[in-house]
Design a protein around this ligand. Structure first.
Ligand SMILES: [Zn+2]
Length: 216
C-alpha cells in the first residue's frame, strides 16, 4: 500500500507551497512549533520492555492530527508520524538490533469500520527504510471493555492483558522485537503487549510510539 502525498500541512491544514521536491508535510510555522513544543524529550518506561521511546507529545496540534489520522481516514498522515519516529529507531538500531517490527492490534470491528490499523501503517513505514520485517503478532479479543472505563491502574492493567491474544502464526521466539504503537497514555496497553510477546518467547521487546501524553 502506497502512502499518499498530502498538499496540506498535517498539523494546521494550511495549503503548502509546491517547493523543492514537494515532499514537505508541514508549513514552516508548524515545523518550528514541532521543534519547540512537540518533540518528546523524556525517557519512557514500559514495564517489561527493554527500552521505549516516543517521538512527540500527544497534545495540541499533534493530538488533533493524531485524531484525524485515526478517525477521519487521514491514513496519509502515517508518513509524517513515521518520519518523526524514524530518527529514534535509527539512533537505537545498534543497541536494539531488532529482528522484527510488530504493532499493536486493533479490534476486528474497528479495523473493518476504519479500513486500516494506524499502528500497522506506522510500523510498516518505520520498518521499510531499515529493511526489517514487519509482521502482525498479536490480536485483540472481541468485545473487551475500553481502557478509559477502568477504575484504576490495576484494573487497567488486567483489562489490557485480557484484551490481547497471540496470533497463531506469530513467530517471535528468541527474537528482538520492536513493538510500534500510535499513542502511549498510561502505558498499560503497551505493557500488556510487551508481557504477552515475552510470554510468547520474544527475547527482548522495545516499544516505539508516535506520541505520548505529556507529564506521565
Ligand atoms: Zn501548519
Amino acid at each position: 500500500m502506497g502512502i499518499l502525498f498530502t498538499k496540506r500541512c498535517v498539523l494546521c491544514g494550511e495549503m503548502l507551497p509546491a517547493i523543492g521536491t514537494g515532499k514537505a508535510m508541514l508549513c514552516p510555522d508548524c515545523a518550528a512549533e514541532v521543534r519547540q513544543r512537540y518533540r518528546c524529550t523524556e525517557a519512557i518506561r514500559i514495564p517489561g520492555a527493554a527500552d521505549a521511546a516516543a517521538a512527540l507529545y500527544y497534545t495540541g496540534k499533534v493530538r488533533n492530527a493524531m485524531q484525524r489520522f485515526k478517525f477521519q481516514h487521514k491514513q496519509q498522515y502515517a508518513a509524517w508520524f513515521a518520519a518523526q519516529m524514524l530518527p529514534l529507531l535509527a539512533e537505537r538500531l545498534d543497541t536494539w538490533r531488532p529482528d522484527l517490527v510488530t504493532y499493536m492490534p486493533i479490534g476486528f470491528l474497528r479495523l473493518h469500520e476504519r479500513g486500516y490499523n494506524q499502528a500497522e501503517l506506522l510500523a510498516k513505514a518505520v520498518a521499510e527504510p531499515f529493511t526489517l520485517p514487519c509482521r502482525a503478532t498479536l490480536r485483540k479479543r472481541a468485545f473487551t471493555p475500553k481502557q478509559s472505563t477502568q477504575k484504576d491502574a490495576v484494573a487497567r492493567q488486567k483489562n489490557a492483558e485480557r484484551a490481547l491474544l497471540p496470533l497463531k502464526s506469530a513467530e517471535v521466539r528468541g527474537k528482538l522485537v520492536v513493538l510500534v504503537d500510535d499513542i502511549i497514555t498510561t502505558g498499560a496497553t503497551a505493557a500488556a503487549a510487551v508481557k504477552l510477546l515475552r510470554d510468547m518467547g520474544a527475547a527482548r521487546v522495545y516499544v516505539l510510539a508516535a506520541a505520548r501524553t505529556p507529564g506521565k
